[in-house]
Ligand binder design. Structure first.
Ligand SMILES: *Cc1c(COP(=O)(O)O)cnc(C)c1O
Length: 624
């Protein structure tokens, strides 16, 4: 937060409070937590996790992609896709065991065709929302048709209110129509549901057993009339910091198009937040913000990346002071009141701000998690190795100061790897590397150690071949770090001929591979292949590479790098009695900075936990 220009705080205690308030209305029914649109900008994963902890039996998402993301993040609960899916999404629905909503027969039939095992579905009935779903008039007929499709298990039938927050008459009409459909159908689905969160509070429905909870759980009153009925606390707070303080003389204008003219001498502050951050342009000259616990008006037009706030009435105000733009300590900055200023929607501003701002999740007054560094949309183009290195550097820097933050960063980086990157990820598991130094047998190599190495790891096979490369200097070695078809690299002392690097054995899943050496720019490239590899591409396989070479005694250090994300690291350096004092200097980036180092006579070993991920650019230097 120290460095952020603006950020959101997601108050999980308030979320918990709202759910407990809602439970008074939900009663004995079950509830589905709606986490579509990244949980209305609050962060799908964290909200899902909390809601499940609080008893949610289902999660509701907008589309298959959102559901898939939650699966990647480790959510195993049932997930309903609320909107109609496209037939092109069927494979990922099946693969991720998501529950689709069926709103057309065509989709039902195509889904049934592609399924091998049974899949649960919910059927959507339109009772007046006028959006997706089977029209209530022919719903029973359609459901009986869907029932005949042998792979589809109708576990739920639902409808959706159009105006449960403010139109009790229409809501009642929808309830009646839905009730009639439920009586007509010849099945008894496990879940029957129509109430959204406003419906849970406003509509008294006897025959449903599941409630879909969205906006109200985020602490927003969908309508003023709800205020007397339920107490809600906003979950999202949006904050920024003062980046400049200025004086306007009487008659000076502030912002684009001079929409604000100072009526007197004024002191105002520049905030590094604009409509590009989700702070709506329509709030220009209208919104209030809280500076040092006082409400202050926003002056002039909100720019893309900046806005101005009147701080004339404040006794003390400083650069860097925190400003709350959206939150809960003043009614004026609640989402529903801010958006009322321009006839906007609270749902929208939450999504808008949540999409861009960094998030900090708070529980019991403590930060327990933070959001990814960048949102998913930005990742593919923005994600370079440079960025990754930056992240890791920051991670290390932070770790020096705080273990709590280090943990967050560890999780964030992992999350980024596994769920937020669109391209294939490469990672290794069970990485075991042994390097053994021995006295050379041949007298002409007396200035060298004979070095025998064995590397084993599991990894998804990318191609039906790979290379082992050996370079005489760092610059030449560098090119091999970037190639995805090189699995092992060795830096040879420049005085040595590349012939002094030899492969003893190279195997995949125990099969000895064929290899051929070629020379390029003074580097040795050994291509390893086997006819059996073609069918293993895409599968995780066990690599085993043994080499022997010579290593200069004068070097006094030996480095082992991890250039890919690696789970489970075990590096052994065996030197017998030929070296006296050896020290291992780990440069690890992962959950812990310090791997376990064990020393016994003639050997030193560096290990990270088998399930612990170690980030790229980690490594260990053995100094002798
Ligand atoms: C978004 C949505 C909800 C949640 O509505 P809230 O008003 O936010 O409680 C429930 N059901 C469906 C089908 C939805 O699309």
């Amino acid at each position: 937060m120290q460095k952020d220009r603006s950020w959101t705080e997601i108050d999980l205690d308030n979320f918990t409070y709202n759910i407990s308030e809602l439970k008074k209305f939900i009663g004995r029914k079950s509830f589905m937590q709606i986490v579509k649109a990244d949980a209305y900008g609050h962060g799908g994963y964290q909200i899902a996790k909390k809601a499940l902890e609080l008893g949610a039996v289902y999660l509701g998402v907008a589309n298959a992609e959102e559901g898939t993301l939650l699966r990647f993040q480790g959510i195993t609960s049932p997930i309903l896709i609320l909107s109609p899916s496209l037939t092109s999404e069927i494979p990922i629905i099946i693969e991720n065991n998501l529950t689709p909503t069926v709103s057309t027969l065509r989709f039902a039939m195509e889904l049934n065709k592609q399924l091998q095992d049974e899949l649960s579905i919910h059927v959507n009935i339109d009772t007046g929302m006028g959006r997706s779903g089977f029209n209530f008039k022919n719903a029973a007929h359609n459901i009986s048709k869907i029932k005949k499709l042998d792979k589809l298990n109708i576990i739920g039938v639902f409808s959706h209110y159009s105006a449960a927050e403010d139109d009790s008459k229409f809501t009642e009409k929808q309830t009646q129509l839905f009730s009639k459909v439920i009586q007509e159908i010849d099945i008894l689905p496990r879940f029957v549901h129509i109430e959204n969160s406003s419906g849970a509070v406003n509509a008294q429905v006897q025959f449903t057993n599941l409630v879909r909870i969205g906006l109200l759980s985020y602490g927003i009153y969908a309508d003023r009339s709800l205020q007397g009925k339920i107490d809600l606390k906003p979950v999202m707070r949006y904050k920024t910091k003062i980046s400049q303080i200025k004086i306007a003389e009487k008659g000076d204008s502030i912002g684009y198009n001079r929409t604000f003219i100072a009526p007197k001498k004024m002191k105002y502050a520049i905030l590094p937040v604009g409509y590009a951050d989700g702070y709506d342009f329509m709030l220009s000259n209208k919104a209030l913000a809280v500076v040092n616990n006082q409400l202050c008006p926003i002056l002039g037009k909100i720019s893309m990346d900046m806005s101005a706030v009147d701080v004339s009435q404040l006794e003390k105000v400083n650069l860097g002071d925190e400003v709350m733009l959206l939150g809960n300590n003043f009614a004026e900055i609640r989402a529903e009141n801010l958006t009322a200023l321009y006839g906007g929607s609270a749902y929208e501003i939450l999504c808008q701000i949540g999409r861009r701002a960094k998030r900090y999740y708070k529980q019991n007054g403590k930060i327990i998690a933070s959001s990814p560094f960048l949102r998913r949309d930005f990742v593919p183009s923005d994600f370079s190795n440079k960025k990754l290195t930056d992240i890791i550097e920051t991670a290390i820097e932070h770790r020096l100061q705080s273990k709590e933050i280090a943990n967050l960063i560890y999780e964030d980086v992992l999350k980024r790897f596994f769920s937020e990157r669109d391209r294939d990820i490469h990672y290794r598991r069970k990485f075991r590397h042994t390097i053994e130094f021995m006295q050379p047998a041949k007298p002409e190599f007396r200035d060298y150690f004979l070095a025998k190495t064995t590397l084993r790891f599991s990894k998804k096979l990318q191609h039906d071949y790979f290379y082992v490369a050996c370079a005489p200097d760092e610059a030449k070695l560098e090119q091999y770090f970037r190639r995805t078809d090189v699995e092992y690299r060795w830096l040879l002392n420049s005085n040595l001929d590349t012939d002094q690097f030899k492969i003893n054995s190279v195997q995949i899943n125990g099969v000895e591979l064929d290899y051929t050496a070629s020379y390029k720019n003074g580097c040795l490239e050994i291509r390893c292949q086997h006819e059996k590899l073609a069918e293993l591409v895409g599968q995780e396989v066990e690599f085993s590479i043994s080499t022997s070479t010579y290593y200069p005694k004068s070097s006094h250090q030996l480095s082992v790098y991890l250039i890919e994300l690696t789970q489970g690291v075990d590096i052994r350096f065996i030197f017998g009695d030929i070296l006296q004092e050896v020290e291992a200097v780990p440069i690890f980036s992962g959950r812990s900075k310090f791997p376990q180092i064990t020393e016994k006579k003639g050997e030193i070993r560096v290990q990270a936990q088998p399930d612990e991920w170690v980030f790229p650019s980690s490594g260990v230097v053995f100094v002798y």
